[in-house]
Design a protein around this ligand. Structure first.
Ligand SMILES: [Fe+2]
Length: 518
């Protein structure tokens, strides 16, 4: 099915913007994702103060509607903020301690487990019985007793590496967890001391040919520094490449793109705000006077070749896929015209704009064979769909790819009926879409693709994600769809008896990469 008539109103824009917020660090108990169904100021208040959940759970042999496919073997991991203590007034829901959950599929059955990341920050606060790190990425307000401890919430994304699960927050090194028990085994995982940066992105990429992790850290030499460190880690854990570049200004570099030939960084005007921090505020504010920069460097080089190509004021925080063709580089990502986060301060004091804050999928491109470029290209690919959490078949992170996925308000649904949350599959070859609508009064977390088997063709497998049912007190279903037939509805729905912990991002690990006996 192709896209229907555009029926978006203010509610849909609000929905997309708050979902964008979820993607970059929000949504402790999925309240930010729940909030859009209500719309308006109340939604923004709830998104900014999601409340406490804090339930670590084990549900063995979960109830399933339909049938878990026999070839679905592995684990779907999710992570999000779940504040130990209420957020301090003025803080934002990007903060809150990381809580990891896992759906483990095996032999047509599924178990659910969730555990907090018990790193420096969590354990110090648990011991004290109170908040010790009260403001998002602003250490000035920290309790004096925590000086020297990592401030990491480990609440943003999660990947597997060397038989470990790495919980990621972009201001710190990862925390490492056991893949099966979810117990924290390393508070600060620095790859045996090799990590060249003080920080590690929440969005590393897996090289499609070698399986190496390509990652970066920004503010890599300390708070507010304009240093970016980019590096490549083998599956065995050896750092085999490192380059350093300077940012055009210090801003949020939440995601990046990697092709077989290039690294692409994208500077957006969510800028470091020292003045605001000195006044006790958060790390960022939206500076509408700043341009964007599309920053490209060769992989394997020393970083001196970096080119920062200037573009209009925009926001983009998540990449769907990227590839290069000779000297041409293409990055598919979500993009909004202004600040996508309702709770992120506007430096000029303007009101947040829900229409210009809504994100759509665009293709950015640049031709690097030209010595001088006047800018980079922005092509809007699917204007009917709003959403900030695009995904792909992750085996294609660094290669040309055909299929993308996104949680979006369903443009064919009536927004007045609160039944518009959907997952969309994009076929970039035909530019056609297919849609799964999750039903009334439901919100959907970010989706994740699981290949049917290791050597399955691109896009052949399952798309899964957590649906929060607001008519049932926020109880969670995990919907599992045939990724090639979203419109047919779930092949299986895992019916949790409880709410699931909130999610920013998720990651599927095939059974062959899990410890034996798991
Ligand atoms: Fe993200």
């Amino acid at each position: 099915m192709t896209a229907g008539k555009n029926k978006f109103g203010r509610r849909a824009f609000m929905s997309a913007a708050l979902t964008a917020a979820a993607g970059a660090g929000v949504a402790g108990d999925a309240a930010a994702q729940a909030a859009p169904a209500q719309g308006g100021a109340a939604a923004r208040r709830r998104a900014s103060n999601p409340g406490l959940y804090r339930v670590e759970a084990d549900v063995r042999d979960c109830e399933v509607e339909g049938k878990i496919p026999s070839d679905l073997d592995g684990a779907f991991y999710r992570v999000g903020p779940d504040p130990q203590y209420p957020l301090r007034p003025g803080n934002i829901p990007f903060d809150g301690e990381g809580h990891v959950s896992m759906f483990r599929f095996r032999n047509g059955r599924v178990d659910y487990r969730s555990r907090y990341v018990k790193n420096d920050r969590y354990t110090a606060q648990a011991k004290a019985g109170r908040l010790l790190f009260p403001m998002y990425r602003n250490p000035a307000l920290d309790d004096p007793g925590v000086k020297g401890l990592s401030r990491s919430t480990a609440n943003t994304h999660i990947i597997n590496h060397k038989n470990l699960l790495l919980a990621l927050k972009e201001d710190s090194p990862p925390a490492a967890l056991d893949l099966l028990t979810l117990e924290t085994v390393a508070h600060n995982y620095t790859f045996d001391g090799q990590l060249p940066s003080q920080t590690f992105t929440a969005h590393p990429k897996v090289d499609s040919e070698t399986g190496d992790i390509v990652a970066f850290g920004y503010e890599a030499k300390g708070l507010g520094s304009d240093d970016i460190s980019i590096f490549q880690i083998t599956p065995q854990g050896k750092i085999v490449w490192n380059a350093w570049v300077k940012a055009p200004y210090v801003g949020m570099l939440h995601d990046f793109a990697v092709t077989q030939k290039y690294i692409v960084l994208y500077a957006i005007p969510l800028a470091f705000d020292a003045k605001q921090m000195q006044a006790g505020g958060i790390h960022w504010s939206w500076d509408a006077t700043l341009p964007t920069y599309f920053g490209v460097l060769r992989r394997g080089g020393d970083g001196k070749d970096v080119r920062w190509i200037k573009g209009p004021t925009r926001s983009s925080t998540h990449v769907m896929g990227a590839f290069s063709d000779g000297d041409k580089v293409y990055v598919d990502c979500e993009m909004s015209k202004s600040n996508p986060f309702p709770f992120m301060p506007m430096r000029d004091g303007a009101s947040w704009d829900p229409v210009n804050g809504a994100s759509r999928i665009v293709r950015l491109s640049a031709d690097l064979s030209k010595k001088k470029t006047s800018g980079y290209n922005i092509e809007e690919m699917y204007p009917e769909y709003l959403g900030a959490l695009p995904r792909q078949d992750d085996r294609y992170n660094t290669m040309p790819y055909r299929y993308g996925f996104l949680g979006s308000p369903d443009p064919s649904a009536d927004p007045a009926k609160k039944g518009n949350a959907s997952y969309v599959r994009f076929d970039h070859q035909t530019r056609k879409t297919s849609v799964f609508n999750a039903g009334p009064n439901t919100t959907l977390a970010e989706c994740c693709f699981a290949p049917r088997r290791k050597d399955a063709p691109e896009g052949d497998g399952y798309l899964m994600g957590v649906a929060t049912r607001h008519d049932e007190g926020g109880r969670a279903d995990l919907v599992i769809l045939d990724a090639q037939h979203l419109q047919d509805g779930p092949v299986a729905t895992v019916k949790l008896p409880i709410r699931a912990v909130g999610q920013i991002h998720g990651w599927f690990v095939p059974g062959a990469q899990l410890p034996s006996g798991g």
